[in-house]
Design a protein around this ligand. Structure first.
Ligand code: DQA
Length: 143
């Protein structure tokens, strides 16, 4: 299957950014492990610090991929536009958060994406992305 991981703002700083919360590994490093775990599946990766670029990429992914694994980062808690876009496209979107957003500040507890994602994963560290791939392989089927 063909998947795209879309990571939102500041996730390009993984490894450097608040390592006590997000760990010491860069996403590029983790991606090698993830791709090795799922040989035979295409896992593309895109990171942006811009809300509109997340939306453009989601819209473009609709005709190109079987599913999206999305960590909207801080836009999770603010972006009706990203939620509307997920509703507008046909392919499933799994929401992933590295930290447990329910056990942090109150403003992180609400996700606009949760209601429109097919599945949400939070608090598993980077391994949450592998959980997302496994969930999609079990639950979606190629047309
Ligand atoms: C995050 C959680 C968000 O609250 C935060 O703004 C992030 C990362 C996570 O992966 O745990 O940037 O989405």
């Amino acid at each position: 299957m063909k998947f795209i991981i879309i990571n939102g703002p500041n996730l390009n700083l993984l490894g450097k950014r608040e390592p006590e919360i997000y760990g010491h590994q860069s996403f590029e490093e983790y991606l090698k492990t993830l791709r090795n775990e799922f040989p035979g599946h295409q896992i593309d990766y895109y990171q942006t610090n811009h809300e509109g670029s997340i939306i453009d990429t989601l819209q473009e992914a609709d005709s190109k991929y079987d599913a999206v694994i999305l960590n909207p980062a801080a836009y999770t808690h603010t972006s009706i536009a990203i939620a509307d876009c997920i509703k507008a496209i046909d392919i499933p979107v799994v929401e992933v958060h590295i930290s447990d957003i329910n056990k942090r500040e109150d403003f992180r507890k609400h996700s606009f994406v949760k209601d429109v994602a097919v599945y949400s994963i939070s608090g598993q560290g980077l391994n949450g992305y592998a959980t997302a791939v496994k969930w999609l392989l079990r639950n979606i089927h190629n047309p």
